[in-house]
Design a protein around this ligand. Structure first.
Ligand SMILES: Cc1cc2nc3c(=O)[nH]c(=O)nc-3n(C[C@H](O)[C@H](O)[C@H](O)COP(=O)(O)OP(=O)(O)OC[C@H]3O[C@@H](n4cnc5c(N)ncnc54)[C@H](O)[C@@H]3O)c2cc1C
Length: 551
């Protein structure tokens, strides 16, 4: 990727075949698909890549066991089709970026023989639907075996667990890898750039977008033959911009996650199969933490997107029922909240009942193509459908999608041994090599080359943690990171590990960014203060202050 200021210069007044608005999973996937089909494409993102829903997911690459349950109990073919499609996509997603995604075992605790039978049969159906795309067959694990894997599980009355396969990934980094791959082709992308208006030509079709730089206030325009609206929860805003008064299509559902200290013996995930409100909750080892989520409550854009105390309490209550030693709110070391962009069925009812199917809408009058709904797991299929619609609108032959087997940047030459090779080649500690590989794949060599040229960048960002300062410089130069939040949340992942550690890291990260971005000292100080104020506000909201354990 270009440096952000250069990217801005490149798009300034330029013309493209396709302009994709929104740099989350759907937009980044659509931009890459368009570029691989030979279309000239630009991607415009209002915040940072993946800064909205696409970095707030449960990090699952899954068909959805809950959706399967609903498909069976409600005899709902729509739910069944979503599961089937997602299970096929799961494989592509994993194969295209092995450093960012891997299979994982999920344990469903059973406290009666009926549960063993019920969940056992359920996941066998899941296996069958996945067919040749399955990672490994589901199986029964005895109570003793299950407790050895998850020592915190409530042992009393445990009849065993049903274990099945799904995938896990780093959502924020996956999105950055998509954009990186897109720009390594001929694609142009810019973040922190908001589409503020759309202009139609004399024929009534959208021909130009006005874009405002969110960091400098500068404005520019971009022309394109087709505009794709991939703005997730904000899709109705862009639809309204294109056609004032248009009927809204989305319902928004908030989901929160909390992060807890992880028992290091745990490598599998646990599924809470039945919550008070008839949903499932996951407790998943994720980059050294236990990620617990999620909730599902309808919201509007006016609602605050933070983890509330009541939501944290709800998650802990559901999980603790399955544990021998309960977690308390003081154990929480981090968390995040996101909004699901769900396509409305037109009927009232709870958002948890809405099918996670996606929809591509072509507005014949303005030419706007909106791709809405779906899941991270189906981003590629959504992009394929969206770019098919683009080709159709351009009067081109529809086809030529190449994303099923297109490896993402950082994948080439990657293998399970790569972290060891990296550690040996550059003489860095194993945890740092592993961390860099999990974030950058083979591009980690570029990070360490930087550290070799500027040895001060080889230092950890926070003592005792594997992340190093060179990641920040690398992300600013090569991944368009432009704010503290970009580097601490989505590029290095420190904020997902611990709020406290992220606050400690802020001044160090800001010093590196100051050099990279040419910030003056007032700007640097403001970035740190603003960042720390935001995060401490979140901790106060749920009342966590406890010192958290280091990795
Ligand atoms: C709590 C939760 C858990 C989830 N868990 C999973 C899971 O485990 N697995 C799974 O498969 N899916 C999961 N999902 C769903 C998945 O995260 C979303 O479907 C997906 O991330 C949506 O991506 P998107 O690109 O459509 O939207 P977003 O990621 O929201 O991207 C839209 C982008 O458009 C940008 N934008 C908005 N307006 C403008 C403008 N005017 N100009 C330019 N840019 C603009 C925004 O800044 C944003 O970055 C979960 C969702 C939630 C909320």
């Amino acid at each position: 990727m270009r440096h952000r200021s250069e990217a801005w210069r490149k798009i300034d007044g330029a013309s493209f075949d396709v302009c994709v608005i929104g740099g989350g999973a759907t937009g980044a996937g659509s931009a890459l698909d368009a570029q691989l089909r030979g279309l000239s494409a630009v991607l415009i993102e209002a915040g940072d890549f993946a800064s909205a829903t696409s970095s707030r997911s449960t990090k699952l690459i899954h068909g959805g066991v809950r959706y399967l349950q609903e498909a069976v109990t409600d005899l709902d073919p729509g739910q069944y089709n979503v599961v089937k499609r997602a299970l096929r996509e799961r494989r592509f997603m994993l194969d295209n970026a092995r450093f960012l995604a891997h299979p994982m075992e999920f344990l469903v605790p059973c406290y009666s023989r009926w549960d063993v039978l019920y969940y056992g049969v359920g996941v066998k159906i899941y296996d069958r639907i996945a067919g040749k795309h399955n990672f490994f067959p589901s199986r029964y694990r005895s109570a003793a075996d299950s407790l050895a894997r998850w020592p915190l599980l409530q042992g009393s009355g445990l009849k065993g667990t049903i274990a099945y396969a799904d995938g896990q990934f780093d959502d924020a980094r996956y999105c950055v890898a998509l954009v990186q791959t897109f720009t390594q082709g001929s694609g142009e992308a810019v973040n922190h750039a908001r589409v503020v208006s759309l202009r139609r030509d004399t024929g009534g079709k959208i021909a130009e977008a006005e874009i405002e730089d969110q960091l400098t206030g500068a404005k520019t325009t971009v022309q394109a033959k087709i505009f794709v609206n991939a703005t997730g929860p904000f899709s109705d805003h862009i639809r309204e911009m294109a056609k004032p008064g248009v009927e809204k299509r989305l319902r928004l559902s908030k989901g929160v996650h909390i992060l807890l200290p992880l028992d290091e013996r745990v490598t599998e995930a646990v599924v809470v199969p039945k919550t008070d409100d008839g949903r499932v909750i996951f407790a998943i080892p994720w980059l050294g933490r236990l990620l617990v989520g999620t909730t599902d409550d309808e919201v509007t854009h006016e609602d605050e997107l933070v983890v509330k105390r009541s939501e944290a309490d709800y998650l802990l209550r559901q999980l603790n029922r399955y544990l021998s030693r309960p977690y308390s709110v003081e154990d929480i070391v981090g968390g995040f909240a996101g909004v699901r962009p769900l396509v409305s069925s037109g009927k009232p009812g709870k958002t948890k009942k809405l099918i996670r199917e996606h929809e591509v809408e072509i507005d014949r009058e303005s030419g706007l193509i909106s791709v809405m709904g779906g899941k991270w797991t189906t981003y590629r299929a959504m992009a394929e459908d969206a770019i098919n619609a683009v080709q159709q609108q351009l009067g081109l032959a529809v086809g030529g999608c190449a994303t099923r087997e297109h490896h993402l940047s950082g994948s080439d030459g990657y293998s399970a041994d790569y972290p060891k090779t990296l550690a040996a080649t550059y003489g860095v500690p194993d945890p740092t090599a592993r961390h860099l590989c999990e974030k950058f794949g083979t591009n980690a060599a570029g990070v360490l080359d930087l550290a070799q040229h500027q040895p001060e960048l080889a230092q950890p960002i926070v003592a005792g943690f594997p992340a190093i300062r060179a990641e920040i410089a690398y992300s600013a130069r090569n991944e368009m990171a432009a704010t503290l939040d970009d580097v601490l949340e989505r590029r290095t992942g420190l904020q997902f590990y611990s709020w406290k550690t992220a606050m400690e890291a802020a001044p160090v990260a800001a010093a590196v960014m100051q050099k990279e971005m040419g910030w003056d000292s007032a700007r640097t100080q403001h970035e740190v203060e603003d960042y720390v104020r935001t995060i401490s506000g979140w901790t106060q909201k749920i009342g966590v202050a406890k010192d958290d354990a280091k990795a």
